[in-house]
Design a protein around this ligand. Structure first.
Ligand code: SAM
Ligand code: SF4
Length: 340
């Protein structure tokens, strides 16, 4: 191994010629919220003994960085609820300075950002995605069930003070927040936040009917364009969102449309669960176990081999569908397991 302070290995390329450069890691499936589109209120979580330790998570992420991953996103569940997660984040930050990693980020519900924003910045994190579906505190309670709106607002303030750039993720929910796009665009513009609107995806049984929640983003966009001028840009973050500039605010708005517009052709990512299962596609069941090779030997040869074998099975794309014949769930696992 050579090619830099942490060594390097051959890049990982899937059967369709897509180089895998982006890893999302769910560091815990647990969460302090119970968002209605993500979890049922009485979720059963994975036994703690099945989780990869922080050291194991570091090892597997580092192996991916050696194999060409340049962007690492920690997610969950709520990543900042994992005990001692800052140790992991600080440790992964070592790959940023000339170590191959270009970006280390997290997706969070924002509840813990007051505590952790400074530490995140110190570890090398520069951008965070914060999920916020409404600016109305009562609706926020209805959507998150257990979330505290004021805590998230304080977290967002802390993130900005610490110097973190914020992207707000808003899941479009019919009859719930579909009257708030204008308010959200204006507020994000004032705060200097990017906004990404996400279509609700049929993942996991949540005890509610997804058909009631779903609005196609084509409709959302039409609605938004009645009041705002959107100019397409080629700005890209390595993720599936397509961005436009909102001319009136100068802010960016992105749309993630897994159901109405398939973004699989350019998919460069894979997802690791907190128990070491690698999913090659968010919308497919096929997976590979990395925990056994990780625990099977002190070195990483078997781990790397398992990763390459898994990527050789990366499917061309997903086939999410929300329709009545197939029922509302096309992927049985929850987003909090694979990491959104
Ligand atoms: N807890 C963190 C958070 O909420 O940002 C990280 C994990 S959460 C699973 C990641 C993202 O997935 C959030 O933006 C959330 O809104 C989104 N999400 C969860 N379930 C979803 C679903 N069924 N469809 C679309 N987005 C979903
Ligand atoms: Fe928790 Fe995030 Fe799922 Fe909401 S979307 S329940 S905050 S994991």
């Amino acid at each position: 191994m050579d090619g830099g302070p942490w060594g390097s290995a051959a890049p990982i390329v899937d059967p369709f010629g897509r180089e895998i450069t982006y890893l999302r890691v769910s560091v815990t499936d647990r969460c302090d919220f119970r968002c209605v589109y993500c979890m049922s209120e009485d979720m059963t979580f994975l036994p703690k003994r099945d989780l990869l330790t922080l050291e194991e998570l570091d090892r597997v992420c580092s192996a991916f960085v050696r194999m060409g991953v340049r962007k690492l996103r920690l997610t969950g569940g709520e990543p900042l609820m994992r005990r001692n997660v800052m140790q992991l984040i600080h440790s992964l930050g070592r790959h940023l300075d000339g170590g191959g990693l270009e970006e280390l980020t997290i997706t969070t519900n924002g509840s813990q950002l007051s505590r952790f924003s400074e530490g995140l910045y110190a570890a090398g994190v520069r951008r965070v995605n914060v999920s916020l579906d409404t600016l109305n505190p009562e609706k926020f309670k209805d959507i998150t069930r257990w979330g505290q709106f004021a805590q998230v607002m304080a977290g967002l303030d802390a993130a900005q003070v610490a110097g973190l750039m914020v992207k707000v993720n808003m899941v479009a929910l019919r009859g719930v927040n579909d009257d708030e796009f204008d308010a959200m665009i204006a507020w994000c513009g004032e705060r200097g936040f990017d906004l990404v609107i996400i279509e609700v995806m049929p993942m996991g049984d949540i005890g509610e009917d997804r058909l009631d929640q779903y609005i196609p983003l084509s409709m959302v966009r039409q609605k938004i364009e009645c009041n705002w001028t959107l100019t397409e840009t080629d700005y890209a973050t390595g993720g599936p969102a397509r961005y436009s500039i909102v001319e009136e605010t100068g802010g960016r708005i992105g749309f993630i449309t897994p159901l109405t517009h398939n973004f699989c052709e350019s998919c460069n990512r894979v997802r690791l669960t907190c128990t070491g299962t690698l999913y090659m596609c968010l919308g497919q069941e096929d997976a590979a176990d990395l925990r056994a090779p990780l625990r099977g030997e002190a070195g990483d040869a078997r781990l790397e081999e398992a990763v390459r074998e898994a990527i050789s099975r990366k499917p061309k794309g997903h086939d999410f569908v929300i329709d009545r014949r197939r029922g509302a769930v096309s992927v049985p696992r929850h987003m909090s397991v694979t990491g959104g």
